[in-house]
Design a protein around this ligand. Structure first.
Ligand code: M6R
Length: 603
């Protein structure tokens, strides 16, 4: 989704802006642009497609001495991905970049057009710069004009604005879309819509809150909220840029699959003791008044939540339901205060999940976030947070985020079971032993990867894939299918295996590929008969199981694990690598698949 960067200082501005945008590339975008202001001269460059196109366009340009600049990667919402629609948007003497959606832009645009303003783009963003210039002409005060502009906007926004009317400042505002401002030891100022863009540059940062606005110059940051000055609450920016690179792997997604062992160790660190699960984040009265759980999420995060809803009911004996956030928002849901509302999100910025969370909060529910990004909007809004500790995930197709979400909620399930006395000490101990083994389970062995790579060439055509599984392995089937379709662009569906005969089996023939998840520890005989039914209709079967299965066309043998979750994590890795290798053979952009964004901050 869109990314924003900004800089004030004496270093070469274009390089700083483009470097920052490169760190945000993984979020997905279809055009990019920058504007640089030196004294009273503004230079702006835009290009559709990848950042390298922008770099080519700017190759003969470099700033000299003090100046400031703003940059943007755009993922089209209002208007096609064209150069005219790319940010920054210009007025007569100012430029703006914006993430989010201005909901009242149509009425504002009509008013401005009636006053003679000409619009160049189809975007909602362009109203911001024209409004600012109109108010500046009326008030003759850039800050007052910016404040009035912000007060006129409705919707979600993170905005940076530069203007020849005040050439040493960047104006900023945040409401509903993330924005961070920071500085380095020299006092140079940096902006980013995510701290990934600022790592290695800013040393301390402020995570702006909704309703914050202000301006920055070399004199510092002036922050306002509701027309009053607001104290700056700076935090050190910690993080390592190198860790965000590919470390020799072909793709970020591949690196992230291989990293799962390490990050899962981080996820469980300090939380899994010899005989109990412990979360320092939860206080002792956490469960007071809670009778059931509602989980709400999107995409992969929904799939992890669905898997863990089985665990919550089975282990902690707590009634659990799950909803897709975009549906939940508009179904006029009934909510009661004895429900714990759990939202799951890798990015912590997904608009639908964030709005569902706001609804639950407004209804007075206790809320909890399972999230990978500390200080994200979802984390800041939730009453409780369990961080998944996956580290920066750059591949648009989520892998290690899913693994760590499942692990975090598996531990949460046991934590609740301890509290509710629904499992014996021996049972908890057995789960703890299984958890401790998972970082080893997910290590990718060379011969496994090689086998999947070879197999992948047989699965590049056909009229679709069915990933099937039962129980916990149904959500894993959903996730396997989502991974494959995201990066291969092949049609894939996840189904509960027992549901095939209720309709989908009509599609079965030799060109229908079935990826059958056949664990030995959960309903093996049941899934076996479902797969036999498909085989009888000549479907091509790739079985993943520890038990030999004669009817399979292809077979990936898993280990004889004694715990279903060990089988779950082992099969998860296999489906991830299968999707990766099919995508590679098809020549697709594995890390930045078409039409997708990493962080979906619009509904
Ligand atoms: O950041 P979130 O977990 O809230 O994102 C939710 C989905 O947009 C995300 O999981 C999406 O489905 C991924 N591309 C899956 O690989």
């Amino acid at each position: 989704m869109c990314g924003i960067v900004g800089y004030i200082g004496k270093d070469e501005i274009k390089n700083i802006l483009v470097d920052g945008l490169r760190e945000l590339e993984y979020r997905g975008y279809d055009s990019a642009g920058i504007a640089v202001l030196e004294k009273d001269n503004i230079q702006s460059f835009k290009a559709i497609g990848k950042l390298k196109n922008l770099e080519e366009k700017t190759s003969n340009y470099a700033s000299k001495g003090f100046g400031l600049g703003i940059g943007h990667t755009r993922w089209a919402t209002h208007g096609k991905p064209t150069e005219l629609n790319a940010h920054p948007h210009l007025g007569e003497f100012s430029y703006v970049v914006h993430n989010g959606i201005i909901e009242n832009y149509q009425e504002l645009k009509k008013e401005l057009q009636a006053e003679g303003v000409t619009f160049l783009s189809q975007t909602d963003t362009e109203v911001i710069v024209h409004l600012f210039e109109k108010f500046y002409k009326e008030l003759n005060d850039p800050f007052a004009a910016f404040e009035k502009t912000v007060e006129t906007l409705e919707g979600a926004y993170a905005v940076l604005l530069i203007t020849k009317a005040d050439p040493e400042k960047i104006y900023f505002a945040k409401n509903g879309s993330p924005m961070i401002v920071g500085n380095d030891a020299k006092g140079d100022i940096y902006f980013g819509s995510s701290d990934a863009a600022m790592l290695g540059k800013a040393t301390e940062v402020i995570y702006l809150a909704d309703g914050d606005y202000g301006y920055t110059s070399m004199e510092g940051i002036s922050l306002y909220h509701d027309r009053k000055t607001k104290a700056l609450s700076k935090r050190p920016l910690v993080g390592d840029k190198v860790s965000a690179q590919k470390n020799g792997f072909r793709f970020f997604m591949e690196k992230e699959i291989y990293e799962q062992s390490e990050v899962l160790s981080d996820t469980i660190m300090g939380r899994v003791l010899d005989n109990e699960i412990k979360f320092d984040e939860l206080d002792t009265n956490f469960f007071d008044g809670i009778n059931d759980i509602k989980i709400c999420a999107c995409g992969t995060s929904y799939n992890s939540g669905l898997a863990c809803s089985y665990l919550f009911e089975r282990q902690a004996k707590i009634k659990t339901s799950i909803e897709i956030a975009s549906e939940f928002r508009y179904k006029e849901p009934l909510m009661s205060k004895d429900t714990l509302f759990v939202v799951i999100s890798q990015s912590g910025e997904t608009a639908d999940t964030l709005e569902a969370l706001k609804m639950a909060k407004a209804a007075g529910l206790k809320t909890m976030a399972i999230c990978n990004v500390d200080n994200s909007s979802i984390v800041r809004l939730s009453d409780y947070t369990l961080l998944t500790r996956a580290g920066i995930e750059k591949g648009v197709a989520s892998t290690k985020a899913f693994a760590t979400q499942v692990m975090t909620m598996w531990m949460l399930s046991l934590y609740m079971a301890q509290h509710r006395n629904t499992m014996s000490q021996e049972e908890i101990k057995a789960e703890i032993d299984a958890i401790r083994h998972i970082p080893t389970t997910v290590m990718v062995e060379d011969n496994l990867h090689e086998k999947i790579k070879r197999l992948s060439k047989r699965y590049l055509h056909g009229h679709g894939f069915f990933f099937i599984g039962r129980d916990l392995f149904f959500p894993l089937a959903l996730e396997g299918a989502l991974k494959l379709k995201e990066i291969s662009y092949l049609h894939a569906e996840g189904y509960p295996a027992g549901e095939m005969k209720h309709g989908p089996i009509a599609l079965a023939d030799s060109e229908l590929f079935t990826i059958a998840l056949m664990p030995k520890n959960i309903h093996y005989d049941k899934i076996k008969s479902n797969v036999e039914e498909l085989s009888a209709r000549d479907a091509t079967i790739l079985a993943i199981s520890p038990l030999e299965f004669d009817l399979a066309d292809d077979f990936i043998k898993t280990k004889h694990a004694e715990h279903p979750m060990s089988e779950f994590f082992e099969m998860m890795v296999i489906t991830q690598i299968l999707a990766l290798e099919i995508s590679v053979r098809l020549g697709n952009d594995v890390d930045m698949p078409r039409n997708l964004a990493k962080s979906v901050t619009v509904e």
